[in-house]
Design a protein around this ligand. Structure first.
Ligand code: GLU
Length: 469
């Protein structure tokens, strides 16, 4: 079988959109699954709307997702001479012609077309005039006027278009620049792309592109048009549903592997499986299992999947990813065993890295700020005795390991007659400021003897001071 060559050709007119990322992912996965090639092409022929900032934003998003490419990035704006050559080939072979109809004439045709069939249509005035190039002349494709053009779509099945519905569309503007359909087809031919998976908003372009392939005598690639990603009201996903930029999800603390896992599930399935590692996706991805109905973007599901990926990730892989989020909170943390052990206490209780950073805050603070409710409920005079008893025992301990800590707590329970909870809760608030935290022995061990003792002493001071008021 021929090597599969797929591509992702974003137009750099904004950031990488969730839907665009899904398209990139499907093409990338299919190339990886088949040991094929994945081409990146920047479709920047619209000079007015294309920006370098958008190109950079697209690269940044792809890099975050880990979607790499084997070829490119090509830039259409650097390939105008190639498109011209291909247009000339069509003119030479009688598949295209120059047209000098004026805007007024085109407007009159548009009106006639709208009145007759409800759509604008070029009436073929210049079709057989054999005009040469001239100022202001565009080049039109000589579309067949009989028969039909069929997209053999791997997702949607056959889609049939009557050729009478396709008029002689422009392939080269009067300034010599290519129109979108021409540039795409020339690129896909010259880059040997043989599999095109894209959003179904492109279905209406495809018959024109197929006609161009045929006119060039080139093989028509495999097409698969994927339903659009929708918002929860089933309208096409847009800003009013929430963030649509891929990097916004990075900044909200999603892991790229979770985001990819979620994206793929918005249009592809493998039985009932929800959680996939990247290797599993590469192994299992197939065009056959792309869904026929549109995926609805659901933040809750994405969160749940992110929580699962955070839990599954080796802590040492998360350190580098968590550090920037800690930094946002003013915490300078370093990679290493300390951060890893912190992550181990939080990875089963954090839906995002933002949440994990917030939950990790107390590990790094010199002064614990008590949550008001927690302090009122737990830091009461009755807690002073057990805290003091614990402090006395901690002072004599060389190692702060879980079994030894357990012994110390048990001894305090015996001495004070209090249950474990009555001792652990004030310790928890003293150490973390809150009533909920990872396991008390775990956090004591991580925070370490010196800081634990200081925090317990401060909590005792706090209670005694409040009592004096
Ligand atoms: N540049 C087009 C877009 O961003 C994609 C064209 C294609 O997939 O053929 O929508």
């Amino acid at each position: 079988m021929k090597q599969i060559i797929t591509r992702f050709p974003p137009s750099p007119t904004g950031y990488l959109h969730v839907g665009g990322a899904r398209t990139a992912l499907f093409n990338w996965l299919y190339a990886r699954h088949t040991k094929g090639r994945f081409v990146l092409r920047i479709e920047d022929t619209d000079i007015e709307r294309s920006t370098q900032a958008s190109v950079d934003a697209i690269f940044e998003a792809l890099q975050w997702l880990g979607i790499d490419w084997d070829e490119g990035p090509y830039f259409q704006s650097k390939r105008f001479d190639v498109y011209k050559k291909y247009v000339q080939r069509l003119i030479d072979s009688g598949h295209a012609y120059y047209c000098t109809c004026t805007p007024e004439e085109i407007e009159a045709m548009r009106k006639r077309g709208m009145a007759a069939a409800g759509k604008p249509r070029y009436d073929g005035t210049c079709r057989n005039r054999k005009l040469g190039p001239s100022d202001g002349a565009v080049v039109r494709f000589k579309a067949p006027q009989t028969g039909n053009t069929v997209i053999q779509d791997v997702v949607k099945g056959n889609i049939v278009f009557q050729n009478t519905d396709i008029d002689d569309f422009i392939i080269q503007r009067s300034d010599g620049t290519p129109m979108y359909n021409l540039a795409v087809v020339v690129d896909d031919i010259t880059m040997q792309v043989n599999t095109i998976i894209r959003g179904d908003d492109h279905v209406s372009n495809t018959p024109k592109q197929i006609l161009l392939y045929k006119a060039f005598g080139a093989d028509v690639p495999v097409f698969g048009h994927v339903p659009m990603v929708l918002g929860n009201d089933r309208a096409r996903l847009s800003k009013r549903h929430g963030a649509t930029s891929v990097t916004a999800y990075r900044d909200m603390g999603f892991l790229p592997e979770a985001f990819l896992n979620y994206l793929v599930r918005l249009g592809w399935s493998h039985g009932d499986q929800e959680f996939f590692t990247l290797d599993e996706l590469i192994e299992k991805f197939s065009l056959e299992n792309i869904g026929h109905s549109a995926g609805v973007f659901d933040m809750e599901k994405l969160m749940a999947l992110n929580a699962d990926h955070i839990k599954a990730a080796p802590p040492e892989k998360l350190t580098g990813k968590l550090i920037p989020f800690l930094k946002n909170l003013g915490i300078e943390a370093e990679k290493g065993p300390y951060l890893e052990s912190i992550i181990k206490t939080l990875n089963a209780r954090s839906k995002t890295l933002v949440e994990m950073a917030e939950k990790a805050r107390f590990y790094f603070q010199d002064v614990i700020e008590y949550d008001e409710k927690a302090a009122r409920k737990v830091l009461k005079p009755i807690a002073v005795e057990p805290l003091k008893e614990l402090l006395a025992r901690f002072a004599d301990m060389d190692a702060f390991t879980e079994p030894l800590l357990e012994d110390a707590f048990r001894a305090v329970m015996a001495k004070t007659g209090l249950k474990l909870g009555k001792i652990a809760q004030p310790v928890r608030v003293a150490l973390t400021g809150r009533t909920a935290s990872p396991g008390i022995f775990e956090i004591i061990e991580i925070i370490g003897k010196k800081k634990v003792m200081t925090r317990l002493e401060k909590a005792i001071d706090f209670i005694e001071e409040k009592n004096r008021e």
